[in-house]
Design a protein. Structure first.
Length: 459
């Protein structure tokens, strides 16, 4: 394929070769450009000079777009006032608009539904609004969205991505991406099939999520604990005697106090009394290989409680890559600990190096507490809430290890611990199976989509 056929910055080494070959045989290169069917492709506002606020007009960011193009909520959504929103009318989102991430993970594409009409975007996102004529009788926004998120669409977007450490793509370059022109009935057929496949995938993912989310209620019932009633008060009073060591109001929120009362009444044990923390440090200069296996906080699957290692050159070792981990260790993220980035180190991860952003629990009093049970209980809401309570900081609350040691752990009989640990593993394995099925079905649907545009793979 000639470089000019699909753009100026195309690097064929980064993409599936069979896609390039099929693209060369297809008619897509003769299709229309995205710019010919849009009325607006615009990046800013910048929002400099003022702060986000707790409520108001929702601001969508690159983090709101999943790798598959779904628009998802984030843990800490951003809002601006009506006044600020009015200053940036060109980025007021309408139904059927596309938004594209241009920083971080560049090239993700989201489609604006009716529920997000009137939202805005930040400076790391581009708004693309199709022309009224294109939407009326030429293109379905859903079809373009599916196409741009496909392997083929991503290949055509990534040809324009530039930059080293900070990759990005500009609005004018996005407008050069070519869109295949199918008749409306063909687009509707493809959109319908892909919508059904996406719904099936979401259903399996939701089933997996429900299995894991239900562990909190299962745990309370098995331990014989009665969940306290919700108390979300932000205005409250405590006596001086109730605050001997901590004077920050956050620590004494009624919701946290309820959990502590529940666990204290049921003889919860301090984590520091049943486990100890490792301080085994890795020295890059003494490593006898060119690479090492690194576990960072983002390498932990929060839902499954599993860690993954990344093979990393020693010469590029981050300054935080210092904590040696071994089989059976439990690593707990000290940054935003309530997010649940907590995992048990499996045999295949023995000897890996983790970030200093983790606390490494190693010495567990196994005559009283099973490691599998401790891994399970630390990931449950009753413990994550305590970690948040004892954390400090604004956008990135962190908990010091001495405060982590004060988290109360319910310690039932060994039989109950075994039952809870077994159920946690069963649910994790079933959730993993459901997610694998969801991913497999979705990949098959994406390959089918490619065949509708490029024809079947040649033998």
């Amino acid at each position: 394929m000639q470089r000019g056929e699909i753009g100026r910055r195309f690097d064929p080494a980064n993409h599936r070769p069979e896609i390039r070959e099929r693209l060369a045989r297809s008619s897509i290169n003769a299709a229309v450009t995205l710019g010919s069917i849009t009325k607006l492709c615009y990046r800013y506002p910048t929002f400099y000079g003022f702060d986000y606020q707790p409520s108001g007009i929702l601001v969508l960011k690159g983090e709101n777009i999943s790798r598959e193009g779904d628009l998802v909520p984030v843990a800490e959504p951003s809002y601006i006032s009506e006044e600020v929103h009015a200053r940036f009318p060109r980025t007021h989102l309408e139904q059927g608009d596309l938004i594209v991430s241009v920083r971080g993970e560049v090239g993700k594409v989201g489609l604006i539904p009716a529920s997000l009409v009137g939202s805005n975007i930040n400076a790391n996102t581009i708004r693309i609004a199709l022309s009224d004529q294109a939407k009326a009788d030429e293109f379905l926004p859903e079809f373009i969205w599916l196409y741009l998120n496909s392997d083929l669409g991503q290949l055509l977007i990534h040809q324009f991505i530039a930059g080293g450490v900070q990759e990005t793509i500009t609005a004018p370059e996005l407008l050069e991406v070519r869109i295949p022109k199918l008749d409306i009935d063909g687009q509707k057929s493809i959109v319908g099939a892909m919508t059904a496949a996406r719904a099936e995938r979401r259903a399996k993912q939701a089933e997996a999520d429900a299995l894991l989310a239900g562990l909190d209620d299962y745990l309370l019932a098995t331990l014989g604990l009665t969940p306290p009633p919700k108390d979300e008060r932000k205005v409250f009073a405590v006596t001086r005697g109730a605050a001997p060591a901590r004077f920050d109001p956050h620590f004494h929120l009624p919701a946290f106090a309820q959990i502590l009362r529940m666990l204290t009444a049921n003889v919860g044990e301090l984590l520091g009394n049943i486990a100890t923390f490792s301080n085994e440090i890795w020295a890059p200069e003494k490593h006898d290989a060119l690479t090492f296996r690194y576990i960072e906080i983002s390498s932990v699957d929060r839902d499954a409680g599993e860690a993954h290692a990344i093979e990393t050159p020693v010469a590029e070792a981050p300054s935080r890559a210092r904590m040696v981990v071994h089989t059976g260790d439990i690593i707990v993220s000290l940054t935003r600990p309530h997010h649940g980035s907590i995992a048990q180190i499996t045999p295949e991860l023995d000897g890996c190096v983790s970030s200093t952003g983790f606390s490494v629990i190693r010495g567990v009093n196994e005559s009283r507490v099973l490691r599998d049970y401790l891994w399970c209980i630390l990931r449950r809401k009753m413990c994550l809430s305590q970690m948040l309570q004892r954390a400090s900081g604004g956008n990135y609350p962190a908990i010091p290890e001495p405060e982590l040691a004060k988290v109360l752990i319910p310690v039932p009989t060994m039989d109950i611990q075994k039952t809870i640990a077994a159920e946690a593993h069963r649910r994790r394995d079933e959730a993993r199976r459901l997610r694998a099925e969801a991913d497999s079905g979705w990949q098959a649907a994406k390959h089918w989509f490619e065949e509708q545009l490029l024809g079947p793979v040649q033998p």
